[in-house]
Design a protein around this ligand. Structure first.
Ligand code: ZN
Length: 247
């Protein structure tokens, strides 16, 4: 997993900037579209645009449920952060927070270069990556959700005893045997009071008797978490460990 959001963006859209003299004067991100004002070496200004599909409400619900089911993401989002590993959650759900490539975008520019990608679009993609390093939630907004909506939804799904969190954590460990690393995930969730991670913060005190869960809720979370999620869990589990801890 890349360490920076800009690495993910560069991996998908290319690492090259616009070249000598080309720079982005202004970058604006709104749902479905990145708009940039780009100048070239001769001072000419172009308007570039990167249009992507926004994720439907139902997909955002799956994303938030998946994030809420993972202690490390619950804690980081509660702190207003979006770790790069969150991109993997989207990927596991068959979604893309960062588009996989130019083929997933509609890219337009006001310049008259029609063959290939112009320098202005390359510069826009590079600027988007840099902006995402400063504030990863620009990628969330581009994908159709504001930071507050995602943070609030994950928090709501994370409240102990409301069912969503319990369902999410129950749904994952059931497929982790035999012990191939996934067992650690199961233990981490089972041991309330482990002095390591956000799991303690979110799950303690453990509710004595969670109320029965609505059928529909369980189905939704399970549907959002097919077997592939389990395969990815050891990564998240390691993230929850103390810095410097190795396996
Ligand atoms: Zn152009």
């Amino acid at each position: 997993m890349s360490a920076r959001w800009s690495d993910l963006v560069a991996g998908a859209l290319g690492a090259a900037d616009g070249g000598p003299g080309v720079g982005v004067d202004r970058l604006a991100v709104r749902p479905g579209e990145v708009l940039a004002r780009v100048h070239d070496a001769r001072g000419r200004v172009q308007e570039a645009s990167l249009i992507r599909t926004v994720l439907p409400d139902a997909e955002w619900e799956r994303v938030c449920a998946a994030l809420a089911s993972q202690p490390v993401f619950r804690a980081r989002l509660a702190a207003g952060e979006l770790p790069v590993a969150a991109a993997r959650v989207f990927e596991v759900l068959g979604l893309d927070l960062v588009p996989r490539g130019w083929a997933d975008l509609v890219a337009t520019c006001s310049c008259d270069r029609w063959e290939g990608r112009c320098a202005h679009l390359s510069a826009t993609a590079a600027a988007l990556g840099e902006e995402a390093d400063r504030d990863p939630f620009v990628l969330v907004r581009w994908s159709g959700r504001e930071r507050r909506a995602v943070v609030d939804r994950v928090a709501a799904l994370s409240v102990p005893g409301t069912g969503a969190s319990a369902v999410g954590e129950e749904a994952f460990p059931e497929k982790t045997e035999p012990d191939t690393g996934g067992g650690e995930w199961a233990r981490g969730n089972a041991q309330v009071g482990t002095p390591v991670s956000a799991a303690e913060f979110w799950s303690a005190p453990e509710p004595p008797a969670p109320p029965p869960l609505p059928e529909a809720l369980g189905a939704r979370v399970r549907a959002a978490a097919p077997g592939a999620v389990t395969d990815a869990l050891p990564i998240f589990s390691r993230l929850a460990n103390a810095p410097g801890e190795t396996e």
